[in-house]
Design a protein around this ligand. Structure first.
Ligand code: 5GP
Length: 138
C-alpha cells in the first residue's frame, strides 16, 4: 500500500490541524496523543512520509531513534512514571489507525493498568500542561 498524504498526521505536520506540541526539529514533530493510554502518552512523528516502519527510509530511522530515546527520558522525568512503553504498529491488522509512521511513548505507573488504544479523549488543558512539562525536560 502506498502513502496517503491526506492522513491526519500529515495535516498536523503541515499545520492544517492543531496539536499539543512538545518539540519540533527538521527530523520530527513530537506531540501529545489526544486519546492517551496513560498520563503523558507522547508521539514522535518523523516528518518524512512513510506509512509505517516497513516502508520507512533507514536513514530516517537512524536519525529519529535518538530523538525517541531523548523523548522517553523526558517523559519519564516529567511524569514520574515507573516505566515506559515504546510501541509502533504496522497496518490495520496490527493495530495501526493513522497511516503515517509514528512512535508511541506510553508511561507506565506502578499498579495502574494502561488504558485502551485510541479511545478516551484527554482534557486539552492537561495535555497543554504535559506538553510544556515534557518540553522542559528535553
Ligand atoms: P496508531 O493506532 O496508528 O498506532 O496510533 C495513532 C494514535 O494517534 C492513537 O494513539 C490515537 O489516539 C492518536 N490520534 C488520533 N487522532 C489524533 C489527533 O488528531 N491528534 C493527536 N494528537 N493524536 C491523535
Amino acid at each position: 500500500m502506498s502513502y496517503d498524504p491526506s492522513n491526519i498526521f500529515a495535516k498536523i505536520l503541515n499545520g492544517e490541524l492543531p496539536c499539543h506540541k512538545v518539540h519540533e526539529d527538521e527530523v520530527a514533530l513530537v506531540m501529545m496523543d489526544i486519546f492517551p493510554q496513560s498520563k503523558g502518552h507522547t508521539l514522535v512523528i518523523p516528518k518524512a512520509p512513510s506509512r509505517n516502519l516497513v516502508d520507512a527510509d533507514p536513514a530516517v530511522l537512524s536519525t529519529v531513534m535518538p530523538l525517541v530515546q531523548r523523548v522517553a527520558r523526558a517523559v519519564v522525568a516529567a511524569t514520574g512514571a515507573d516505566g515506559i512503553r515504546l510501541a509502533q504498529f504496522n497496518e490495520a491488522p496490527a493495530g495501526q489507525t493513522v497511516f503515517h509512521l509514528h512512535f508511541h511513548l506510553i508511561p507506565a505507573y506502578d499498579g495502574v493498568a494502561l488504558g485502551a488504544h485510541a479511545t478516551g479523549r484527554a482534557d486539552d488543558a492537561e495535555l497543554a500542561m504535559l506538553a510544556k512539562a515534557i518540553a522542559t525536560k528535553l
